[in-house]
Structures are given as structure tokens and as C-alpha cells.
Design a protein around this ligand. Structure first.
Ligand code: ZN
Length: 263
């Protein structure tokens, strides 16, 4: 599925599929934490991240992101859902009613202190399904949130930021970093993303060749959400080349950016 070796062929029709509301309401921290984005290793020492974090206090209610059915609720020791058994502690997995091109879509909630649903239960978008915790491999209370397409396993994750409805006034950036031959750069190039005023500065990396996946609807190798509408500069220094691009982020939309190395 991942076009790492073949020349990159972009889809003719890329479009948003914001099928999910935020798993936390806006009275709590409903912004994705920027320190450990999808596909990154944080400071280099962490495992490749298969989801995103929402940092909130213990006991904060988490909500169904869409209508669907609960397929996992409880400890992840029996079915290994993460990197090893017990990785996500107390977990809820919701299977959405909607499928993408026939492929099932799942939302996973990890490190909960308490699931509030049972397997087989139907839930509606916005319904409380559990509470934030720090069970499993968590160093502090937070929600680990994953999206899986095609199968409910660790190998089928995609970037949740391309699925979560943007917060009001915010949009999403998705793109690819390509070699001069047009192939995907899959050696974790560092990207610096700055707002026009310079007040906001985020870092991410392009996805590694294995572990995480491009989105079936976007085929990106980087994606960052929660960017305030307006101009942003994307900069990378990779393989001895400094590249910079300016993008206009539109509220409520995903903006596509293609960056190509020149040699
Ligand atoms: Zn996480």
C-alpha cells in the first residue's frame, strides 16, 4: 500500500474526510498535543507514535467521535492492541458505522482510567465512553487516540488529524516530501512549521518507511492539524538542502503541500 519505491503518483481527487468530532469537548483540552505527533519519535527516543495525545487530567470524560459500535472495552492484555501486551492499559475501540471504500474505520482510546461502555454496545457521537487515565505505558494522564482503517490492529493506523473535525478557526496541513526523482522521502525528515507572525512554531517529521501509514484518502507523508487559519511557513533541511514553502491554511479544511528536493 505504501508507495516507497515507485515514483509518487498523486491522487487526482484529494478531499477532506472529517468524519470524527473531537474526543474531548471544548471545556477540556481538545487540541492535539504537539510534542509527539503521529509518525514521530518525540525527541528521538520514543517508539514511532501510532496515534496522537490529548493531555487532560485524570477522570476527564472522553466521547465517541462518531456513531458506531464498541468492539473492545477493557484491558489490552488479551488482544494485543499496541506495541506489546498491556501497552494501552484500559482501552476502548469504536467501530464507526461508516466505512471508507469498503474498509472498516476504527477509533481507539488508550490509557483510560475507566471504560464506560461494553463490547457490542451502540454509541452515538458525543456520548461519554470512558475517562482519561494513565493505565498501560503512560507517564502522565492523557488520552492516546488512534484511527485505524482496514483492520483493528497496530499495523493499520493512519493520522487522526486528517479525520478529526478542525476546531473553529483552525485547519489542517497535509503533504509529501519528495525526492528529486519524485519518490517519497521516508527517512524522517524534520519539518519546522511557523505561523506568519512567528508566534507559533511546531516541529514534526515525515513518516518512516515502516510502522505508520499514509492516509488512503491523502497519501501524505506528513500531516499536522490545529493550525490557526492564515499563512504558515514550512521549512526542512534535509540531505544537505534547505527548502521552504509558504501555505495558506483555511479554517475547516485540509491544505495540501508538495515539497520536492532539488537534487
Ligand atoms: Zn500516544
Amino acid at each position: 500500500m505504501r508507495p516507497t519505491r515507485a515514483p509518487y503518483i498523486g491522487l487526482t481527487e484529494r478531499s477532506d474526510h472529517y468524519w470524527m468530532m473531537r474526543p474531548l469537548d471544548d471545556e477540556h483540552n481538545d487540541a492535539v498535543a504537539r510534542f509527539y505527533p503521529y509518525g514521530s519519535r518525540q525527541d528521538g527516543s520514543y517508539p514511532i507514535h501510532h496515534g496522537v495525545e490529548f493531555v487532560n487530567p485524570l477522570g476527564t470524560p472522553v466521547r465517541a467521535v462518531a456513531d458506531g459500535e464498541i468492539v473492545v472495552a477493557g484491558g489490552d492484555q488479551i488482544d494485543v492492541l499496541g506495541a506489546r501486551d498491556g501497552f494501552y492499559g484500559l482501552v476502548v475501540v469504536l467501530k464507526l458505522d461508516r466505512a471508507m471504500d469498503g474498509m472498516p474505520v476504527y477509533a481507539l482510546y488508550g490509557h483510560l482510567s475507566e471504560p464506560r461502555v461494553a463490547v457490542g454496545q451502540r454509541v452515538s457521537a458525543g456520548q461519554v465512553i470512558g475517562l482519561v487515565g494513565e493505565t498501560g505505558a503512560a507517564e502522565a494522564p492523557h488520552l492516546h487516540f488512534e484511527v485505524r482503517v482496514g483492520a483493528n490492529d497496530y499495523q493499520h493506523t493512519v493520522n487522526p488529524e486528517l479525520w478529526l473535525e478542525p476546531r473553529p478557526g483552525y485547519g489542517t496541513l497535509a503533504g509529501v516530501l519528495l525526492s528529486n526523482a519524485g519518490t517519497i522521502v521516508d527517512d524522517e525528515a524534520r519539518l519546522i512549521i511557523r505561523s506568519a507572525s512567528g508566534a507559533a512554531r511546531y516541529e514534526t517529521h515525515t513518516y518512516p518507511a515502516v510502522g505508520v501509514n499514509p492516509d488512503p484518502g491523502w497519501l501524505e507523508n506528513f500531516g499536522v492539524g490545529d493550525l490557526a487559519a492564515g499563512n504558515w511557513t514550512v521549512q526542512t533541511f534535509h540531505r544537505g538542502q534547505l527548502l521552504e514553502a509558504t501555505v495558506n491554511i483555511v479554517a475547516g479544511e485540509t491544505t495540501w503541500l508538495e515539497i520536492r528536493l532539488v537534487r
